[in-house]
Design a protein around this ligand. Structure first.
Ligand SMILES: *[C@@H]1O[C@H](CO)[C@@H](O)[C@H](O)[C@H]1NC(C)=O
Length: 228
């Protein structure tokens, strides 16, 4: 009996430790004012996301990015273009748990179904009309939440959920997104499933999507371009 109790206790402690480590799998809260990312570890002080520049060597430019006022070229198959500002092009974001993006849409342009594995996103529409939505997880019944957004409207896409934005207007649309990670990551569903490298065995996709194998092979032959 005592041994059983001890086993439960060990299991409980192990689960708690796992829960804690999962909780800290999100961007950690900063342990200092900032930690400008530096590529060369030789000049690094400590690691917390990326190597950090010696704070004494940091300057305003480490926290600066310019050019998000410029509309991007949307003449690609999707008719959209995402300009991400994250720790890779704004080193001062390191350890701060936040980033942003500008999204340009041609008329009827689409930001196709995708997820950010590490970030919740909120979207602010500046110009145009966007039909946006996300789908909840299997356990929640894969419910679809959609909204028509106009300038000044804001919509939130919870972390990890598949979401999309379609410009339903006859003019260009522009939106800005805030993301709760310095490196949100993006998985475009069609690209990941049908455009993986190497290709997923067609038997897997034929059964998963309950379609003809020729359709799967056709889809796998397409060039799955991205919008960023
Ligand atoms: C996005 O726009 C930039 C600048 O306008 C362009 O260089 C880039 O190729 C575009 N990306 C896509 C995927 O169309």
């Amino acid at each position: 009996m005592q041994i059983m109790k001890a086993k439960y206790l060990v299991t409980a402690v192990a689960l708690l430790a796992l829960a804690c480590s999962l909780a800290s799998a999100y961007d950690p809260s900063p342990l200092q004012d900032f930690c400008v990312a530096v590529k060369d570890p030789a000049s690094a002080l400590f690691v917390n996301g990326k190597f950090c520049k010696d704070p004494k060597l940091a300057s305003a430019n480490d926290f600066f990015f310019s050019g998000l006022n410029v509309p991007r070229d949307t003449s690609n198959p999707l008719g959209s273009n995402v300009t991400a500002v994250n720790v890779d092009n704004l080193a001062g974001l390191n350890t701060l748990g936040i980033s942003l993006a500008r999204v340009d849409f041609a008329p009827y342009g689409l930001n196709p179904p995708h997820t950010h594995p590490r970030a919740t996103e909120f979207l602010v529409v500046l110009e145009g009309t966007l039909y946006v939505g996300f789908v909840t997880s299997n356990g929640d019944g894969n419910r679809l939440f959609t909204k028509m957004l106009y300038p000044g409207d804001v919509f939130v896409f919870p972390i990890g959920l598949i979401h999309f934005q379609l410009n339903v207007g006859k003019t260009n649309a522009v939106a800005f997104a805030g993301l709760s990670s310095q490196n949100p990551g993006v998985i475009t569903i069609a690209n990941a499933v049908f455009g993986s490298d190497p290709k997923i065995n067609p038997d897997v996709l034929t059964k998963a999507f309950q379609v003809d194998k020729n359709l799967v092979k056709y889809l796998q032959k397409q060039f799955w371009s991205d919008n960023n």
